[in-house]
Design a binder for this molecule. Structure first.
Ligand code: SF4
Ligand code: SF4
Length: 111
């Protein structure tokens, strides 16, 4: 794998960016939770059991994927902010992903 170099932002560009606090943004979200339909699911727990790195535990910005006491991958779909990362982040394509049903899901205050 080639080494990636970190290039810092210029002071002018850094000064032009808005101050963004991710926790503040997440606190501004509204959720319309669909208790009758999980729009995310694990396709096969046996595949997760073979997955050593378990990147889903790290790439989801709101921690939807967790391990239970039996080391099985759990999906807390209610917290999903629909970023789409898990559509491409699972190396085994083992996450079922759909959008929430109409009228449900996350609502963004600023679009
Ligand atoms: S990355 Fe995919 S296969 Fe690995 S534990 Fe997560 S959902 Fe399962
Ligand atoms: S779509 Fe984004 S927020 Fe939702 S579960 Fe996948 S990674 Fe997490």
């Amino acid at each position: 794998m080639s080494e990636r170099k970190h290039t810092p932002l210029s002071p002018e560009l850094a000064a032009s960016l808005p101050a963004v606090n991710v926790d503040d943004l997440l606190a501004a979200l509204k959720y319309y939770v669909d208790e009758d339909y999980a729009h995310l699911w694990i396709k096969d727990q046996a595949v997760c059991a073979q997955c050593q790195a378990k990147p889903c535990l790290y790439f989801c910005p709101v921690g939807v994927y967790r391990l239970d006491r039996q080391n099985q991958t759990m999906v807390g779909y209610q917290a999903c902010v629909e970023c789409g990362s898990c559509r491409v982040g699972c190396p085994f394509n083992n996450i079922g992903w759909t959008l929430p049903r109409g009228g449900y899901g996350v609502a963004y205050k600023f679009g």
